[in-house]
Design a binder for this molecule. Structure first.
Ligand code: GDP
Length: 138
C-alpha cells in the first residue's frame, strides 16, 4: 500500500549545496515528491516540531541548528515509504551510517546530519501537518 512520510533536508546540507544531490537520491530510490518548499523556521517553531525530544540533553542544540538556516521540508510517497526512507538516510551518527546512505555521504556529525525522516505512522501524520496544509498535499 502506498504510504506517505515526512522529510527535511537540514540546514547543514542546504548550506553545503547538497540539497539537489540528496533530492536526486530520493527520486532515484522511487519516492514521489508530493510537496516541497524552501523555508527558514524560528527557534520556537523548531521546538514545536521536536517536542518529543524536549527532555533530551541535545534539545537546545538541535533546535538552534534547525533554525540556523533554510531547510527543505517535504512529503514523500511510495510503498513502505517510512521504513525505506529511514534505510536510505542511514544511522543518526554518520560515522555509524552504512556506506552509500545519505547521512554517510552528506552528514558531518550526529547533530548536523543532513536529513530528517519520520520514524512511524503517527509521527509522519503529525510532522506532515506541522509543515503542510491540506491543499498542498493533493
Ligand atoms: P533520527 O531519528 O535518526 O533523526 O534520530 P533521533 O530521533 O534520535 O534524534 C533526532 C535528531 O536529533 C537527530 O537527527 C540529530 O539531528 C539530533 N541528535 C540526536 N542525537 C544527538 C546528539 O547526541 N547530539 C546532538 N547535538 N544532536 C543529536
Amino acid at each position: 500500500m502506498l504510504q506517505r512520510t515526512f522529510s527535511i533536508i537540514k540546514p547543514d546540507a542546504v548550506k553545503n549545496g547538497d540539497a539537489g544531490a540528496i533530492l536526486a537520491e530520493i527520486v532515484k530510490a522511487g519516492f514521489k515528491i508530493v510537496s516541497i518548499k524552501r523555508i527558514s523556521i524560528s527557534r520556537p517553531q523548531a521546538e514545536g516540531f521536536y517536542h518529543v525530544h524536549a527532555a533530551r540533553p541535545f534539545f537546545g542544540e538541535l533546535c538552534e541548528f534547525m533554525s540556523s538556516g533554510p531547510i527543505f521540508p517535504m512529503v514523500l510517497e511510495k510503498e513502505n515509504a517510512i521504513a525505506d526512507l529511514r534505510k536510505l538516510m542511514g544511522a543518526t551518527d554518520p560515522a555509524a551510517a552504512e556506506k552509500g546512505t545519505i547521512r554517510q555521504r552528506f552528514a558531518t556529525s550526529i547533530g548536523e546530519n543532513a536529513i530528517h525522516g519520520s520514524d512511524g505512522e503517527e509521527t509522519a501524520a503529525f510532522e506532515i501537518g506541522y509543515f503542510f496544509a491540506g491543499v498542498e498535499l493533493m
